[in-house]
Write a protein that binds this ligand. Sequence first.
Ligand code: FES
Length: 134
Amino acid sequence: MNTNDWVAVCRVEDIPLMGSRRVARGQGAPVALFRTADEGPQAVHALLDRCPHKGGPLSQGIVMGHGVACPLHNWTIRFEDGCAQAPDEGSTPRFALRIVDGVVQLDAAQLATLGADLPLPVAGPGAKTCRGSC
Ligand code: FES
């Protein structure tokens, strides 16, 4: 796949200010798109929808400044690099994106492979479904 291929996933206004939108993939955890309140109307960030702590769904968290608080144990993950805010440690993959005429596009190669081998979130919409043994 050409590394210059981009996939249109939604319009910027489809992502609520200080909110998120999930983008499903063929495999692995979804991508979580976020918008902040103070970076202008075109500011969008894309992280794997999987907290580096125990896999919580970051798309269900609360956007605070330039990061998101995980809904499970409240770690804050920074948008700029996907890293947990100290004293917590770890990071979640960050996806390259571009915005063309108000449309958010993700790098096709990253969308297909980045973080696809990591376990799915343990809670929320992306969690594995119980098959009756739990
Ligand atoms: S799973 Fe995100 S803080 Fe624990």
